[in-house]
Every structure is written in C-alpha cells, then in structure tokens.
Design a protein around this ligand. Structure first.
Ligand SMILES: Nc1nc2c(c(=O)[nH]1)N[C@H]1C(S)=C(S)[C@@H](COP(=O)(O)O)O[C@H]1N2
Ligand SMILES: [Mo]
Length: 162
C-alpha cells in the first residue's frame, strides 16, 4: 500500500507524495476519526489538512489551494482562509482500508461546515472527491465547480449516472 494517493506541490518548500500508509502513520492528534460526526451521510476517517500543509510548508503567507481530481476532471480552488486551514479534513480511510471510490476515495476533501453549492468560495461543491493533488499557487487556480443552479443540477445528474 505504498502507492501515492495524494500529491501536494506548487509553491511549497517540500513537495510531497503520500500513500495510504503515510497518512495512516501520522500522529493520532492530527487524525480525525469518523467524519459522520460532521456530515451524517458521509463516512470515513481522515487527517487534518493543516498537518499535511505543515509538512510541505507553503512558501507564502496567503495562497490558493487547488484541489484536483483527475478521475472525473474536477477541480476547486479556494483561498487559504482560517476556516479551511483550521477545519479542512483529508479523508482517506474507512474501517482501516483505503476509502472506496463510491465514497469519493481513495482520498476526498471535506470542510465540515461549508456554504451551500455556488454561494461562496467555500461551498459544499468544494468537498472534492477522488482528490489526487493539492496545488499551492499565488493566484486562483483551476476551478470547474458549477456557477449556477442549472450547471449544479447537471453535475449531480452526471454523478448519479456513474
Ligand atoms: N471529483 C468530484 N468532486 C466533487 C464533485 C464532482 O462532481 N466531482 N461534486 C461536488 C459537489 S457539487 C457536491 S455537492 C459534493 C457531493 O458530495 P457527496 O457525493 O458526498 O454528497 O461533492 C463535490 N465534489
Ligand atoms: Mo453540489
């Protein structure tokens, strides 16, 4: 289980690749058990985004985080505001196994208390599933999130037909 599930790169001092085992080996004070405590319909365990960022060390104070999902070519770019840095969770496991694709795995991002979709930069649509790369940039990065309710409904229709 040493294959990379998540890469963090861009404007960081120490670009890093994490396997399931790397994430599972992080100290217990940065592990977040049972995300259904925050969002009853979602399940799994994660690590604090802040713990991963502390390892890679972004080289600027204020930056953008772009969450990329190659699997379905989805991306969301959000600013490094305190809510993201303090509450963001990288979910990677369920019952001690890698998170399944059905649950948005092998890695998904989760903001426990987001705004509703396309109402803010930090919305539920930013809870990127199939996350494989976090890119740190000075300006806003790629963002394929829906911009209005019609696009949003279309996205959810496509998701259901997977
Ligand atoms: N890779 C990827 N992540 C995604 C999406 C997507 O289509 N692809 N949809 C987003 C939207 S619009 C929402 S509301 C949530 C839905 O998450 P859920 O399936 O856990 O309810 O995932 C977000 N993350
Ligand atoms: Mo959404």
């Amino acid at each position: 289980m040493s294959e990379t599930v998540l890469k963090i790169d861009g404007l960081v001092r120490f670009p890093a690749s994490f396997s399931f085992a790397d994430l599972a080996a992080l100290p217990s004070d940065v592990q977040v058990r049972d995300i259904s405590r925050f969002t009853p319909k979602r399940h799994g365990d994660g690590v604090l985004l802040s713990a991963l960022l502390a390892q890679v060390e972004p080289s600027l104070d204020n930056y953008w985080l772009t969450f990329h999902a190659a699997l379905d070519d989805f991306a969301a770019s959000i600013p490094s505001d305190p809510k993201v840095l303090e509450t963001g969770i990288v979910v990677y496991a369920h019952n001690g196994q890698p998170l399944s694709t059905v649950r948005g795995g092998p890695v998904r991002f989760l903001i426990p208390d987001p705004a509703v979709c396309h109402t803010a930069e930090l919305d539920d649509c930013a809870n990127v599933k199939f996350l494989d790369r976090i890119e740190i940039t000075a300006e806003r990065g790629r963002d394929t999130r829906p911009e209005d309710e019609a696009e949003h409904e279309e996205l959810h229709r496509r998701e259901q037909s997977h």
